[in-house]
Unconditional design. Sequence first.
Lengths: 193, 241
Amino acid sequence: MRESSEGLSEDQLIRLAADGDARAIRTLYDRYSPRVYAVVRRIAGDDDLAQDYAQEAWIRAIRALPTFRGDARFSTWLHRISVNAALQALRKSETRTKRERPVPEQIPVAPRREDALLQRQLERALDVLPHGMRRVLILHDVEGYTHEEIGDTLGVTSGTSKSQLFKARAKMREMLSVLDGAAQENGAEAWSI
Amino acid sequence: MEHLNAETLARLVDHTSEPEESAHVAECEACSAELSALRSQTEALGSLPEIRPPQGDWQPLEARLRSEGLIEDAGLFRKMGLAQTPGWMRATAAIMLFLSGTSAGAVLNARGAPQPLGGLAMRASPTSFASSANVEDAASAVRLAEQNYVTAFARYQELLISESGIEAGFDPMSRYAALEHMAAVSQAAVRQAPGDSFLNGVLVSVLGEREATARLVASQNDWFDGRESTTQLVASRSNWF
């Protein structure tokens, strides 16, 4: 009896997962959940929403697995599904009332000590960035989308995407300057110039 | 000297500057520093790490995947290490779920000796499996046994027809003929996988049933309650599921 999915190729795992094999799905989840969670968390700007979005992304991905033909890398395919799931869910939840739920602490994957402050400040600034700016900034500067891809994903022109990006960068810079100043006042080493 | 505004500097991070913008940045220390900071910020954003989901995130996802039928429980034969067993052998084994209640016990006690459940697998109550390490697995195995039970009836009907030409009725002679056929199939399965305890158990069950039926034939006693037709029996059992 096969007790573990370890040692199987990714193609084999995907085929098994598409057939509903619990261990294969769990293996894919363990392998890619930090990547999925990171992108939906940043788009959501909120931990409890991020958990819902991540779950939705995985449900969509597992449901769509039988249609995965391997034209793109699985990680890329999964990433696109995650982004779309998060963006769609965010649109629906923009008028939400925030639920009462304990907020789990974010655990970045293996942050380097010297980057920890910078990462924390970036994540904090991203969380408070206006939704429209945040989406474009995350897709472009964090996830590496082009403006054309952002336009297709968000249903805006590439010009709008650029405009939002430049505003978002400027806003981030402004917020980080404030956070950086506060950090220096508290004795922490400044990360920016 | 008028400084470049923040959005213009943000554009210059990765877009070509106009000549006058380049000239200004070259001369203005403040704008040059601001542009440098924006570039550092952009680079840092592109290097943000992945984030592990909160602990316990898998369980609600798994529950939802199961509720939507996207995760299938490991099948009966996979649980028993028979995933690669040819289809005809698996069909034979399924028939045995009808003929012998020991099979369901074997499924749910795969690491131990088969536990007779006393009659047809279908009659086993889920509470019979309370000792199973995983109640959900046990329930799944029972559901699968139920499906195989129906399959067994359908297959048995086919065998009755093919062996005796009798379309309905469980007369001992027809049953004996069917069991002869199944014994031959089971023996072939065991020859192919001689070390397989399940298939050996199936063969033993078939041979036992064949002997019992032979005694019935000899005594000309009815062996099945009510002498229901196979079709009627399948229909009535289907209502249980």
